[in-house]
Write a protein that binds this ligand. Structure first.
Ligand code: MG
Length: 237
C-alpha cells in the first residue's frame, strides 16, 4: 500500500516567522512614538491597513515594509502633519528587516522530519512570494525530505484539490498539518482530508478563524507529537 501523505505548512509550523514580523511592527510603533504619535494607535492602524492590503498585494515582505510607509503617511494626514522623506526611509528600513530573517526551526522539527520522511510522503505547501519562500526552504535544510514543494499566492480548498489531483492523493490517508486555522485547517476540512493543528505561540491575527468543523480537528502541542499520532505507520529504509 502506498504510504500516507502529510501536507506541511512552513512558516510558523516548521520555523519561526511571525515573531520577526511582530518585532518589526513593534519597532515601527516605537518609531512613530518618537514622531509624537500614539504607539498603540500606530500599531492598530498598521495592522488594519496590512490586513486590508494583503488581499490586494499578497504576502511579500517588501509589501510589509511598504505598508509601514503608508501607515506613517496616513497618521501624518490624519493629524495634519507633513510626512518627511527621511522618516519614510527609516520606517521602510524597519519593515525590510523581515526580508531575510534567520531560519530557526521550531522545537523538534529537525529530529522529527527525517523520521516522518521514512513513514510518509511529505509535501510542503506554503504561501507568499515564490523567491522568498523557496530561499527559506533551501536555507532550512529540509528540502531533501519533501517529494514536492509548492509555493502559492494564497491557500484555499481549490489549492488542496489541485494537490490531491496532481499527486494522486487518497483523501482518507492524507493530512494537512499547520498553524493557521484560516489557511491550513479550514481548507483541509473543506476538501475532506485530515486536519492537524499545531498552534504557534504568537499567531498573526489575520490567520485566526473559527474551525468550520471543530470535531474533525486534531490539535497537537508540538511538532514531534506527529510521530505518536501514527504509531502504525512503518518506517522504511
Ligand atoms: Mg503557517
Amino acid at each position: 500500500m502506498d504510504r500516507p501523505t502529510l501536507i506541511l505548512d512552513a512558516d510558523d509550523t516548521l520555523w519561526e516567522n511571525n515573531i520577526f514580523y511582530e518585532d518589526a511592527a513593534d519597532a515601527f510603533a516605537e518609531r512613530m512614538a518618537q514622531e509624537g504619535f500614539d504607539p498603540a494607535e500606530a500599531r492598530r492602524t498598521f495592522d488594519r491597513i496590512e490586513h486590508e492590503r494583503v488581499a490586494v498585494v499578497g504576502y511579500a515582505p517588501s509589501e510589509f515594509a511598504r505598508c509601514m510607509v503608508i501607515t506613517y503617511r496616513y497618521l501624518c494626514r490624519r493629524y495634519g502633519r507633513t510626512a518627511h522623506p527621511e522618516v519614510e526611509a527609516e520606517v521602510e528600513a524597519i519593515g525590510q528587516r523581515v526580508m531575510d530573517y534567520p531560519i530557526i526551526l521550531l522545537e523538534g522539527v529537525e529530529e522529527t522530519i527525517p523520521r516522518l520522511h521514512r513513514r510518509f510522503r511529505l509535501i510542503l505547501l506554503t504561501k507568499g512570494d515564490p523567491q522568498v519562500q523557496h530561499d527559506k526552504v533551501v536555507r532550512s535544510g529540509l528540502a531533501p525530505y519533501f517529494e514536492a514543494i509548492h509555493v502559492v499566492p494564497e491557500k484555499g480548498p481549490e489549492v488542496l484539490e489541485d494537490l490531491i489531483e496532481r499527486h494522486g492523493l487518497d483523501r482518507r490517508r492524507t493530512w494537512m498539518v499547520g498553524n493557521s486555522p484560516r489557511s491550513d485547517i479550514n481548507p483541509a476540512l473543506q476538501v475532506g482530508i485530515g486536519a492537524i493543528y499545531i498552534p504557534y505561540k504568537k499567531p498573526w491575527a489575520f490567520e485566526e478563524a473559527p474551525f468550520v468543523d471543530p470535531d474533525r480537528v486534531v490539535t497537537l502541542r508540538r511538532f514531534s507529537e506527529l510521530l505518536d499520532l501514527f504509531p502504525d505507520a512503518e518506517e522504511e529504509g
